[in-house]
Design a protein around this ligand. Structure first.
Ligand code: FAD
Length: 403
């Protein structure tokens, strides 16, 4: 358990331990380095051996943050541009079609593993040191430094520790033993990649289908389809989830999408176990009361995990990494953490709440689904416009401004 810190010295941080090398970690390390703070990243999994995950999209705001640390090009090169979202009902009716706002970097889609690889590679190229095989276990805040302990019984010391260890953050539980745990959204996420389905190239458009019984998303790039399904499952039984095999999931998905328009069944017909990502419950953490304590702070999913329905988790992680580094550049540690929290909390919690509302539409029962289908066209027309969502996508941190 973390010891009680002594009164901290007001000097600025010069060194940092970054616990977690997923999305937030490498971006934080690059941003800290740009701020004159030397950071080392500690990550349990060797490069390319961690969770590979399904397709992820990096929104304009996330790319703005990556551009600040010179990582936007590497990420763009690892994926493909998907600047349009087409939202449909299970009947095939187009409820909304949204293009990225002009003048902003277009949305990029890539496998989550490719995103992490690109960020780790770019950070390493910038001189960031990664120590793999290191799982953060605990920390002691001495008041002048923080000493991290890893599960291989090694330690590391620095001026600050940044917890980038994801939605099940250990760092979060060390700074606040009463911290909330992830909340199940009522949806199971499934997905993967498949070639040669015969479904035509969607021209950079992601299609999102609010089907009669479940939600289906797909994008086809040349011959290659990325897809995901969100299946409503009221009560989460993790053992049952683990025990359910590929064939059974395929059967359930075929049944769920049997009456919907669109190519869900055609795509599923070609899916193989190799191109199928591990099914997982969709979760979020709507409010983490304590984002920092003494010399330790949280960023990314550790602080503000949104469910995938926002398409913003990785982008918010990148933004928070840049903002935290800017604050540490200009302010003594505890003031920096307070300024970072002030600047970020409202924005991220608003996005988490919006995604939670989308989840309710995805998990609608048969009666609610009918109401949803009747009401959605009006809601979409009024609210699902590029202008209405500009606050999410236009966001840019002014790195040169004083924090
Ligand atoms: C199905 C799904 C789809 C998604 N789609 C999108 C999308 O389209 N767009 C989007 O922006 N976001 C999406 N997200 C969310 C996005 O993946 C996360 O918000 C983002 O990865 C958060 O980055 P992070 O670095 O905080 O956490 P993570 O990416 O989870 O990285 C955490 C890292 O910490 C490491 N770690 C864990 N424990 C420890 C420890 N004790 N010590 C040290 N290291 C540790 C892990 O190995 C991992 O490398 C999706 C998420 C899911 C589940």
């Amino acid at each position: 358990m973390m010891s009680t810190p002594q009164p901290s010295s007001p000097r600025r941080a010069r060194t940092a331990i970054v616990a977690g090398g997923g999305v937030a970690g490498p971006v934080a390390a690059m941003a800290l380095r740009k701020a004159g703070i030397e950071a080392v990243v500690y990550e349990p999994y060797a490069p390319g051996t961690g969770s590979r995950g399904g397709a992820i999209t990096l929104a304009s705001n996330g790319q703005n943050a990556l551009a600040t640390v010179g990582a936007d090009k590497a990420v763009r090169d690892a994926g493909w541009v998907t600047p349009r979202m087409i939202i449909q009902s299970g009947t095939g009716k187009v409820l909304a079609s949204m293009d990225d706002l002009p003048g902003l970097p277009p949305r990029v889609t890539l496998p989550r593993g490719a995103l992490v690889d690109a960020l780790q590679r770019t950070a390493a190229d910038q001189g960031i040191e990664f120590r793999f095989g290191k799982r953060f276990a605990d920390a002691v805040d001495t008041g002048h430094s923080v000493i991290a302990q890893f599960d291989d019984h090694t330690t590391a010391e620095a001026d600050v520790l940044i917890g980038c260890d994801g939605i099940r953050s250990t760092v979060r539980s060390r700074i606040d033993p009463a911290a909330p745990v992830p909340r199940y959204t009522g949806l199971i996420g499934l997905g993967g990649y498949v070639d040669g389905t015969g479904v035509p190239d969607t021209g950079g458009a992601w299609h999102f289908v609010f089907g009669r019984r479940a939600f289906f998303g797909y994008v086809v790039h040349g011959d290659h389809a990325s897809w995901f399904a969100n299946m409503p499952v009221k009560r989460l039984d993790r053992d049952a989830l683990r025990a359910t095999g590929f064939d059974e999931w395929m059967r359930r998905m075929r049944e769920a999408f049997a009456d919907d328009a669109g190519p869900a069944l055609q795509i599923l017909d070609h899916v193989t176990p190799e191109g199928f990502t591990t099914p997982s419950p969709l979760e979020d953490v709507p409010h983490v009361p304590v984002w920092s304590k003494g010399r330790i702070a949280l960023i990314g999913d550790a602080a503000h995990a949104t469910s995938p329905s926002s398409g913003q988790g990785a982008s918010l992680a990148a933004e928070s990494a840049v903002e935290l580094a800017r604050c540490l550049r200009d302010l003594p540690v505890e003031e920096a953490f307070a300024a970072y929290t002030r600047r970020r909390r409202g924005r991220v919690e608003r996005i988490i709440a919006a995604a939670a509302r989308t989840n309710q539409s995805k998990a609608a029962g048969p009666i609610a689904a009918r109401i949803r289908d009747a009401v959605m066209p009006f809601v979409m027309e009024r609210f699902a416009t590029p202008e209405k969502s500009a606050w999410q996508y236009e966001y840019r941190i002014d790195w040169d401004a004083a924090a």
